[in-house]
Design a protein around this ligand. Structure first.
Ligand SMILES: [Zn+2]
Length: 226
């Protein structure tokens, strides 16, 4: 069996990148990435510091979440490195959204704060439009790792959403590429920070006008940048 070394290394590189950017702390957060051939999903392992990870510690799972881990010698190993405790959420989203390659889940500060306020995230910045042209919804609280949380996340994303805020928990983003999912996480977090600061300043929180957003979507469709 192919060992998908490059795929697994990309999961590590992405985890370290968002850790450097302050979007995850400790061993919280998790990333999954579907192989181009669609046969496997590489996912961050449970409770291992990101700095300690090497490519062969990244579990490979099938669409149902069963581990098909293999090491450098291409032998199947026992379930030593368990997939993230949120494996159900990742596989449910991957199954529901065949159009995406990557799922990123973080407890990033401002998105999580918003989830406690019950504040849906309006479009607060121009870059957000390319990644999430409608307000990011809040999925109701469900126990971490549960099938109920997985279903809430799937429902929140819908057939074409890129982000859903998980009530009193954090943020989940998806992308047609891993880079897009990571960038979406950053922009949602930036927008959430602005909402938080506006609220802290006592100002009214109002996103960009939906009609103007539509105009900007048309500009993007025409191939021009914003
Ligand atoms: Zn979580």
């Amino acid at each position: 069996m192919e060992d998908y070394r490059a795929l697994r290394q990309r999961v590590i590189d992405a985890s370290l990148l968002i850790q450097r950017k302050g979007l995850i702390r400790g061993t919280s957060g998790n990333i999954s990435l579907r192989s181009e051939d669609g046969k496997v999903i590489a996912i961050t392992p449970s409770s291992i510091e990101y700095e300690q990870l090497t490519w062969d510690m990244i579990p490979l799972i099938d669409a149902e979440g069963a581990v098909i881990h293999c090491d450098a010698n291409k032998t199947v190993l026992d379930n030593h490195y368990k997939p993230s405790s949120e494996v159900l959420m990742h596989t449910a989203v991957m199954k529901a959204r065949q159009d995406i390659e990557a799922v990123v889940h973080t407890h990033s500060k401002f998105s999580t704060l918003l989830s406690f306020m019950g504040q849906e995230l309006p479009i607060m910045t121009i870059p957000m439009i390319a990644y999430f042209p409608t307000p990011a919804p809040i999925a109701p609280f469900e126990l971490p790792g549960s099938a109920a949380l997985a279903q809430a996340a799937v429902k929140g994303l819908g057939s074409n959403g890129n982000a859903v805020i998980l009530e009193k928990h954090g943020l989940l983003t998806v992308g047609k590429t891993l880079d897009k999912a990571l960038t979406c996480t950053e922009y949602i977090e930036e927008g959430a920070e602005y909402v938080y600061l506006l609220k802290a300043a006592g100002a009214k929180v109002e996103g960009i006008d939906p009609a103007r957003i539509q105009e900007m979507i048309e500009i993007l469709k025409s191939g021009r940048a914003l």
